[in-house]
Design a protein around this ligand. Structure first.
Ligand code: FES
Length: 144
């Protein structure tokens, strides 16, 4: 399927969770993938290159999230931010640089109209299901 990229199996991601006041650092539990804007299928790789091309994928309290690594405020890597609970409304990510926050379900920022880009996520059965112990594959796609 065009535009979809394999990001690993669900079991390969540590679950970030708990009740830590102030939130959890994302970096320890996330994976950063570089997916060029002009995509070349099957060329996904770990990268420290252009933030415009990076997606970070992580598991928080059992749910997989895939978001731009680039903070929409001023382009700081969100992989260095922290995750926190939004009361009765899921979770958010707080940028380490200036402290702006973004809802992980909607992308809405806490200031102005700035919005974080969320990626589409599919959890798929592995090609050979006999391998599986119920583990799913994570596929991500940039929203158009
Ligand atoms: S760069 Fe992220 S809040 Fe400013």
């Amino acid at each position: 399927m065009g535009g979809w990229h394999f990001a690993g199996n669900v079991s390969s991601y540590p679950d970030i969770h708990g009740d830590k006041e102030g939130g959890y650092r994302v970096r320890a539990g996330c994976r950063t993938l570089c997916i060029p804007q002009r995509e070349q299928p099957q060329r996904v790789q770990m990268s420290r290159s252009n933030l415009d091309e990076q997606v970070i994928v992580f598991k928080y309290k059992g749910s997989i999230h895939a978001i731009d690594n680039k903070c929409p405020h001023s382009s700081f890597p969100l992989g260095q931010g922290s995750i926190y609970d939004i009361e009765d409304a899921g979770a958010g990510i707080r940028c380490f640089r200036h402290g702006w926050s973004f809802d992980l379900l909607t992308g809405q920022g806490d200031r102005g109209t700035v919005r974080l880009a969320l990626w589409e996520i599919q959890l798929r059965d592995p090609p050979d299901e006999s391998d599986g112990d119920g583990d799913k594959e994570i596929w991500v796609k940039r929203r158009s």
